[in-house]
Design a protein around this ligand. Structure first.
Ligand SMILES: Nc1ncnc2c1ncn2[C@@H]1O[C@H](COP(=O)(O)OP(=O)(O)O)[C@@H](O)[C@H]1O
Ligand SMILES: C[C@@](O)(CCOP(=O)(O)O)CC(=O)O
Ligand SMILES: [Mg+2]
Length: 375
């Protein structure tokens, strides 16, 4: 029996350098955004679990005895270190009436929800009767880690509902945070949610969604950046839809096809991330213009590399051309193929904001300022 109404939230992220290469064990640098995903849970009708995902048009409700029966079929893997198996996902698709291979946002979101719900409860006990609603300030499928923020919110809520982690919110408090140990557990289950959505995630997005801030990520190792200067970054959404799962699979195919050509590209991206980390950590808190050329060159080189990996898009080329005509440097962020690009803004530039655009405050990790196109 769950008697409280409360909300959980997790931030999206921007990858500065290392997207795609990080899936293959290279270094990535990423930072949290102050655009968040929210999950509200409240007591539901007895014997029912309901979920509403307005961002992807899902409204579903299941009776808990049939979920318990289904759980028996996936219970063998109720372990946060194991990946979802094809058989488990097939069983869940059949239960939810999702066609094999369906990759539309609603199908993946429902599948991830069911998988996490059953895998967590197989390990920690029943999920009580609740109504869950998840919504987001993040655009879906645009490279800002909406899938990970969704998975982090689900992991935190489900683990709390099953009693695997505490509910840190005391009477009279408006916000609270879990302990490091609890966050580690949340992160490991969020990774499994990402596995359902991405196929083969690196784990960088769920790490930022769980811990926030600015961090270096490599093969599961999360290291907060020591000192992060205040940089201003313009965030542009091309609005070209794409799927991270498809793009990550495409990169893998290319590497298998041309290993001798592609592996040096991944090594070079790794070197860019490492050099960029050193430069950022050596910069003063408020950098002056002479610190920018090297960061701008890193953006340019990495954008070329990402095009070589096959994750560019004409809309991103256009972003790079338009910003270059104003002496600004851009690269894609996240999986590419459309989605968002980032542009480094030198200190105190004169920026003309086109009509219909707005300049929200994006500064979670004392790091980003951004402009974003109106939705
Ligand atoms: N608010 C949300 N509610 C439900 N599902 C979501 C939400 N945000 C993201 N998702 C899931 O994540 C998928 C997008 O993930 P992905 O392709 O990795 O793009 P990104 O993580 O860059 O936004 C969507 O198709 C959907 O399944
Ligand atoms: C391409 C990749 O490096 C980042 C994907 O980010 P997003 O889903 O596009 O926000 C994949 C990953 O790290 O799992
Ligand atoms: Mg994603």
């Amino acid at each position: 029996m769950w008697a409280r109404e409360l909300a959980v939230s997790a931030p999206g992220k921007v990858i500065l350098h290392g997207e795609h290469a990080v899936v293959l064990g290279k270094v990535a640098l990423a930072v949290a955004l102050d655009l968040r995903t929210f999950l509200r849970l409240r007591p539901g009708a007895e014997g029912r679990l309901s979920v509403s995902l307005p961002g992807v048009g899902v409204r579903r409700s299941w009776d808990t005895p049939s979920l318990r029966a289904l759980r028996g079929r996936i219970a063998a893997d109720g372990d946060e270190s194991k990946s979802p198996s094809i058989e488990q996902l097939d069983a869940l698709r059949e239960f939810a009436g999702i066609a094999a291979g369906a990759s539309a946002p609603d199908s993946l979101a429902t599948l991830a929800f069911l998988y996490m719900c059953l895998a967590v409860s197989a390990k920690y006990g029943d999920v009580p009767s609740v109504d869950i609603v998840v919504w987001s300030e993040l655009p879906t499928g645009a490279g800002l880690g909406s899938s990970a923020a969704y998975a982090v919110c689900l992991a935190a809520a489900l683990l709390m509902l099953c009693g695997a982690i505490s509910c840190p919110l005391q009477e009279g408090q408006s916000t609270a945070r879990w302990t490091e140990e609890e966050l580690t557990l949340i992160n490991s289950w969020a990774f499994r949610g990402e596995q359902v959505i991405h196929g083969n995630p690196s784990g960088v997005d769920n790490a930022v969604g769980t811990w926030g801030g600015a961090l270096r990520y490599q093969a599961g190792k999360i290291t907060p950046l020591k000192r992060v200067p205040t940089l201003r970054i313009l965030l542009t959404n091309t609005k070209v839809p794409r799927s991270t799962k498809v793009l990550v699979a495409g990169v893998k195919e290319k590497i298998l096809k041309f290993p001798a050509i592609m592996n040096p590209v991944l090594d070079s991206i790794d070197a860019i991330s490492q050099e960029c980390q050193s430069v950022l950590e050596a910069m003063p808190a408020n950098p002056s213009p002479e610190h920018y050329p090297v960061l701008e060159e890193f953006f340019d080189i990495n954008q070329h590399h990402l095009n070589v990996l096959g994750v560019g898009h004409p809309s991103l080329d256009r972003l790079c051309q338009v910003t270059a005509s104003h002496s600004l440097h851009s690269k894609l962020t996240g999986a590419g193929g459309g989605g968002c690009g980032i542009t480094l803004l030198p200190p105190d530039p004169v920026i003309l904001i086109p009509p219909g655009c707005r300049a929200p405050a994006l500064s979670p990790a004392h790091f980003l300022g951004a402009l974003q196109e109106n939705p």
